[in-house]
Every structure is written in structure tokens, then in C-alpha cells.
Design a protein around this ligand. Sequence first.
Ligand code: MG
Length: 288
Amino acid sequence: MRRGLGLCAAGRRVRGIVNWLGKRDNVTPEAAARLEEFFERFADGSRPLLLLDYDGTLAPFRVDRFQARPWAGMRELLGQIQRQGRTRMAVITGRPAAEIAPMLGLNPPLEVWGLHGAERLYPDGRRELEQAPEATQAKLEELREFLKRDSLGGLFEDKANGVVMHWRGASRQKAEQIERRTRELFEPLARMEGLALLDFEAGLELRVGRNKGGAVEAILAETAKDAPVAYLGDDLTDEAAFRAVQRVGRGGLSVLVRREWRHTAADLWLRPPPELKRFLERWYFASS
Ligand SMILES: [Mg+2]
């Protein structure tokens, strides 16, 4: 059986198990060394960057997404790191950015990049949104109206920068049927200027604007070159962000947060919530 807190870069299997900090976690020697190396970079007084996905990473999935509260203890830990005043934190989510602050309950709220990066919401309330050309917007609007009348058997979500079809929770046969009909509808439109498809687990999005990798790059462009940066996420949409963080070099750490392992570009794999909590505790102590 694969164990959590393993090194799983580029699909390599988790290898060997050692104890980490004498606690219950199991960690491969490679993962332990990588973590050690990463947190050593905090010693020189740099300002680390902590980039976090929300659903599936800080909070368990709920079919009703407004019920997806953070894992127990997560809010307190993030609050502690926030109060240290050293780490720059941001959430990068597929949701509209405004949904995160009430769910996370931090004061002041964190900077949030919503709609997979197409939207930026600053802690002071300023908001930026990427727009598509007018002809593309008109096509999207047509599709919205269609999906409001016929949601293809799935759950239609209307977003400021696109349309989303979800099939989470459907039987396998039903999910395949919804996916096929969704692709027939979305794929021809994805060839239009400014539109792109975004695959995620149990759904497909047709959208305008940068993806999570683009959001990470935009944040990194505003950050000191030597600052350690970590990105934590669970979904296929987080893979672009993992790769963006890896382009930084050894100071960049990409972490897959997920109960079950899957093929990923990430450097490390943590199982939530216990391993994620211990990772954040270590972050807190490293920046003390
Ligand atoms: Mg997620």
C-alpha cells in the first residue's frame, strides 16, 4: 500500500518509509530530505510564499460547496502563520474569489485568485477580472442560456468567465453520458479566440483567462527571487501550478494534497488532514 507524505515526482512510486520528527507520519527519505532542504531556506530571513488551493486541499469536498468548511484546526493554523506576519499567503481556487473569505474566516482575509486565476481579489476588496473578446462573450452567453434550460443531466455552474459542468456523485454510466454530451458542446467552442477547456476531476469547464499556473507565475513576478514558495493542491487543475512552482528551482515546493495517490508532477504527497496539518505546523515553526 502507498503511504502518505511520500515523494512522488513525475509518477515515481513512493519508496521506503522513515519516521518524521518522531511523529506518526510516514515519510520517504527523499521526501524528508526535500522538506529539510526547503525549510532550511526560511533561515535567511526571506519572506516565504504559501499558495493554497481550497476545495479538496484546505477543506473536504461537499456536493453543496457552501458546506465545504476547512478541516478542523486548519483555520487556526493559517491564522497563526498569518499573525507571524512573515509569510505571504494566497488562495488560488476554481471558485469565484469572494466565496473564500467567509468559508475560511480569517481576519484580515487572504488574497484570493478566483476562477482558476482569471480573477484577483485583494485583501482590501479590489477586484480584477480577465475578459474575453466580445464575439466570444456572446457565444458563451448563448451556451449559458442553453445550459440553464438543459443541464445535460449534470450540475451546471454559471461563472463570470465561463460555464462548468459537474458530474461528481453521478453513477459511472451517467457520468460518462454527461461527459460525452458536454464535450460535444464545449469542444467546438474551445477553438474560439480567448476560450479554453479546463479538465478537472468529475467535470469540465469552458472558460476565459489565465489558469492556476498563470496565477502562480503572476504572483512569482511580484516576489523576491530567493523567496521559498510552496503550492498545495489536489486536483488536475493544480498540475499547471505545480509546474509553475517547479520552474523556480529547489526553492519551489509543489505538494499534492489528497487521500489517494495519483499520477502528478508534484514533488510531495500529503494526506489531509493530519499530514497537511503537520506540514503547516512545521511551516509555522520554520518561520518563527
Ligand atoms: Mg481543489
